[in-house]
Ligand binder design. Structure first.
Ligand SMILES: [Zn+2]
Length: 382
């Protein structure tokens, strides 16, 4: 048995014993689920960002850190126990690959548009949807151009509205004429892998654009400043933005990239665990928002999936939980939770899928033609 399969079986056994989930063998969807497709459907994707291992999540030892995923969301979900990422294990390039349904190969540390069209472009162009019907909320500057590819048939005119919450907060602080950046050190940290870009401060040249965006998004800068002062992590700021967007624009396609877990790069195990706890809680908050917002309730599919995992304790060349540089099965083999009208509750799918398959599933749900997607449809869902 290879290590990916072993991880999958371990997750299956854990979920069977913890929530009584049963294995879904039938690849054909129930007719009632298939009937749920259509233009009224909405899709929310959460990347369980930064990558966590089973030791700290779906295992006897790890379950204490994911009470919401395990007790609230898993029993309502169809859980895929083996999701393989065969691409580059860098956060921006891997997240872009999820959004395009094709393994992108660009330099992870250079902000640039993906090569393949994104699901946002297919969706907006095929269905003639306005810009405010597709949103991305992303954790840092590298993600600024994730909303649209440089494919000539598509591109920014059909892309998603991309929100960089830290940049908006930074701009909102600036507009108060009393910058208080020191009051928000944790919220403005751009990423956890590049020590030379740890703080997000909106450049003067960009400030006008971000101020226009604050206006376009109907955000009150004073409210944003006041609320941000109460928040503890960048992901809390991202979820605050996600709820604001859902309540004011109700986009049909919302892609939220969480990233707190990646603080693991600092080497502090307790901070890594804190990141998992907060990602667990925030994922459930989004599901609660979906269920309490009439624009989303009962017609929204929620997908929760890590961009990739992290290195195992025994991986040669790694340093345990800290990084994701070995390319080992622990770093490549993740999971996916699907909730909503197209997912059969309390079931497990053991068949291996790939992280790029999600784009094909979204295309089926929303009814667009993802022509250049390399991933496969997921018949258990639609
Ligand atoms: Zn990382």
């Amino acid at each position: 048995m290879n290590e990916q399969h072993h991880l999958s079986l371990s997750r299956r056994e854990f979920l069977r014993s913890s929530i009584g989930a049963t294995t879904l063998f039938c690849a054909r969807p129930h007719r009632a689920f298939a009937a749920a497709r259509g233009p009224q459907q909405k899709v929310v994707v959460i990347t369980f960002g930064g990558g966590a291992r089973d030791e700290e999540t779906f295992s006897i030892d790890g379950q204490q850190y994911i009470p919401n995923l395990l007790n609230t969301l898993a029993p309502q979900s169809c859980f895929f126990t083996q999701v393989i990422n065969r691409g580059i294990l860098g956060h921006y390039v891997a997240t872009a690959s999820i959004a395009t349904g094709a393994y992108e190969t660009f330099d992870n540390f250079v902000a640039q548009p993906p090569a393949h069209p994104t699901i946002f472009e297919y969706f907006r162009k095929d269905l003639g949807r306005p810009r405010e019907d597709a949103f991305v909320i992303a954790p840092g500057n590298l993600f600024a151009q994730i909303g649209a590819s440089h494919n000539r048939r598509y591109g920014p005119d059909s892309g998603a509205e991309v929100i960089l919450p830290k940049q908006l907060l930074s701009a909102a602080l600036g507009s108060a004429n009393t910058p208080q950046l020191d009051d928000y050190p944790n919220l403005l940290r751009d990423n956890y892998e590049r020590p030379d870009s740890t703080s997000t401060v909106t450049q003067e040249t960009d400030r006008e654009e971000f101020e226009r965006m604050i206006d376009r998004l109907k955000i009150d800068p004073a409210d944003l400043r006041d609320h941000a002062a109460l928040l503890r992590s960048p992901d809390e700021l991202s979820v605050y933005m996600a709820k604001h967007v859902m309540r004011n624009f109700a986009p049909s396609l919302l892609f939220l990239t969480l990233h707190d877990i990646d603080i693991a790069h600092s080497g502090a195990y307790s901070l890594y665990l804190d990141g998992i706890r907060s990602t667990d809680r925030l994922s459930a908050e989004i599901w609660t928002e979906i269920q309490s917002n009439p624009e989303y309730k009962d017609k929204t599919s929620l997908f929760i999936m890590p961009d990739f995992g992290r290195d195992g304790d025994n991986d040669a060349g790694g340093n345990g939980f800290q990084h994701h540089r070995t390319g080992s099965p622990s770093a490549r083999t993740t999971w996916m939770m699907a909730l909503g009208p197209t997912a059969r509750q309390k079931t497990i799918v053991e068949r291996p899928i790939e992280s790029i398959d999600l784009a094909a599933a979204v295309s089926g749900l929303l009814g667009f033609d993802a022509r250049l997607v390399q991933g496969q449809r997921i018949p258990e869902l639609i």
